[in-house]
Write a protein of this length. Sequence first.
Length: 394
Amino acid sequence: MKTNKLANYGPQTKAIHGGEPNRRGVNGPIVTEIIRSSTFTFSSTEEMKLWAEGKNKAYIYTRYGNPTLTVAQKKIAALEGAEGAIVTSSGMAAISSALLAALKAGDEVISTAQLYGGSYRLMRDVFPNMGIVVRQVGMDLAGIEALVTPRTKVLYVETPTNPTLRLVDIHKAVAFAKKHKLVSIIDNTFATPILQNPIALGYDMVVHSATKALAGHSDIIAGAAAGNAVWMERVRQMIIYLGGSMDPGAAYLLIRGIKTLGVRVQRQGENAMAVAKFLEKHPKVARVHYPGLRSHPDHALAKKQMRGFGGMLAFDLKGGLPAARRFCDRARLFLLAASLGGVESLVILPIYSSHYNMTEEELRRAGVSPGTVRVSLGLEDKEDLIEDLKQALA
Ligand SMILES: *Cc1c(COP(=O)(O)O)cnc(C)c1O
């Protein structure tokens, strides 16, 4: 046992044991404790001087680092197959800090047109004020070569996307980024490290909303970035500047949540497949967006680059917005709420949540229609979920 390297273990073993201190010996706790302290003592001014000179890695202040955060970071790094990880106060803190670690005024980003609403708004509303130009490319990356200029620095993609579960070809994106020496950043929230590991395929950085499947119980807001040691130090510096550090209490819940990530993702995937198949046959449903279905435009790509299809799906009702609203208002087991990846199944209308306030053109590009319902599958019994869908659609 002792000679086995963590890197050789499977993902669920890494989720449980990754980052945890050695637990052998008498009276050792099995669970990582919450170190609540905001500040940490030094034994001498000499030690403090060494810290200031960067010659020791002591904890000084929780925004800079904290032992509970370190465990969460090592666990996520192990799962993503990355040298390191940084945990943050939210997914958006991870995304903004990772992007700003790689960008300065005058630089350009190429991003996929379909993105989580918060990331899209950051690039649409904030980056232009900072002198950062964003160019969008379709999910198939068609015409991407024409978007490159000498100032292009970052390729930012999300796959699968919210809410229509479209995929980017990860191999193609990495090859393009390497050819043009771009920093490649990918939002891996929907897939989770259980279903895909972009770092192993050559990505520079992975970002997560750890609020979702990683924590898994809808009880914290949290984020993470993973990548090599150099990038993680740059992201850590951004967190120190901008203040998006994680609270140790949240880190405790994140560590606890991650331990069951593998079984949750598997169960959510089974529930999603059952629900997708049911919805696909329902006469009131116009279209189901689930990469596990053969009807999905990226089914073949999903089979190639993912180890499962995940617990998220969306569907369009023939009756448009009124039908979608009626369905959401009638659902009982499926709770009407934002967010995803938790143990409770949720439904939501993207036009009233992630895609609020977007123009018709923006919605069209995102593949969202007013009658689109997004579904996050939880861990309930699939028969009960399907009964609820039946009554809500009746
Ligand atoms: C929720 C989400 C985010 C934002 O994360 P927060 O934790 O809410 O800040 C980013 N990307 C994706 C894909 C998300 O689902």
